[in-house]
Ligand binder design. Sequence first.
Ligand code: SAM
Ligand code: SF4
Ligand code: F3S
Length: 445
Amino acid sequence: MGTRNRIYIHTWGCQMNEHKSEGIAGLLVREGFEVAQRPEDADVVIFNTCMVREKAEDKVYSEAGLIRGLKETKPELLLGIGGCMAQALGKKIFKHSPAVDFIFGSSNISDIPELIREAQRRNGQRNGSSVMAVSTIPDRIEELPFVRRSSFQAKVTITEGCSNFCSFCIVPYTTGLLRSRLPGDILREVTQLVDQGYKEVQLLGQNVDSYGNDLDDPDIDFANLLRALTRIEIPRIRFTSSHPKDITSGVIEVLSEENNVCEHVHMAVQSGSDRVLREMRRGYTREEFLELVHQLKSRVPGINITTDIIVGFPTETESDFFETADLVEKARFGGAFIFKYSPRPGTISYYKHPDTVPLEEKQRRLEHLLHVQKRITDEENRAWVRRTVEILVEGRARTSLGRYLGKTRDSKTVLFPGRPEMIGTFAKVAVEDAGASGLFGRVVS
Ligand code: SAM
Ligand code: SF4
Ligand code: F3S
């Protein structure tokens, strides 16, 4: 691979993209690269990008501008942009950002080493041009040698792509239709992770409940996969995201019966208005969603339900928005990611509706919901004060000197005074205080 052998990877977007970057790192390490911690120390910078909102796209271009600055003192530095944004925009990226040397689509991970070689060759020539690989034929995930960032928590992709085509969402266009891995391959991977000492696996898919829908075997579904995974000796199994239209009673049963499945469901509601939900093509009503919340809370004691919400979807009226605020009060989510609608070229709602809700109004609705949710999260968290929780210690808290942080089974963040050797172990923490940001306590064992 010549003399350039350090890569720096910056990842935007969802957990699945984070995991994909672990695959890119693994592939390049196998090719002889080392991983650099800062772009300044790298010979090749890779941006693994997201396209889900316009803001994500803007950030990539502004970061590319910074790399362009670095190239002035280090002309041999290469910049590659890949992932969802590259899949959607292809060579338009070169026009927007002249610092880019190569582009790879979200299905072209295995092409990266060759793209780097070719970009290096062209970079050595006068007037060297850029290279690109964007295809629609999916990579085989089984062939990626993942280098995981954690030695005790592992992300495991169970499905790629999404066939739902919610009207606002670019993901099916950037990642392709649903593709489920075979149960045997997933079971083998998790077994190997346990042998390597991993204590928690997080199963990933845009809609984990659609697992198996593309395979020709009625026995392959998410509930059966989850049940089979619980037989492996791993203390914690998590999964994300769940889709309200697809969660089955079988999945709720596994959640309620199996000790090693954590009591957390991330289930995006998006809106509390039936009219808006229909326009979004979500496939459920507010009543069905609230009934599901009720089922989960009554059958899985202590469950934490978190969600995503979009405000300012085209045509969303004040009364639609009040229905969302009302649903948030009723569902009492443990937390919520709230987004302003961002029109994405290529999606159904982009062509069907102009972006009717003014930005200031989206901002007002966003702040109102954030305020409501913060109060609810604060109240839900305070209910844990004077109780003892089991946490998996993840590391030092970045914002609080001398404190460490861990996660409860139901995915709440706990801060406590700790020691470096606790990282990667389970601890019992007596909760002394709580707020919207999490729980605070001290280790008791
Ligand atoms: N597959 C997940 C699901 O359906 O629950 C969602 C994955 S998406 C990457 C994460 C979140 O981004 C969505 O739940 C939605 O709230 C938000 N999102 C997607 N498209 C958006 C858009 N055009 N504007 C604003 N937010 C958007
Ligand atoms: Fe996007 Fe809907 Fe698929 Fe989630 S389920 S990734 S929101 S199309
Ligand atoms: Fe973004 Fe692609 Fe994930 S668009 S949210 S990185 S699947």
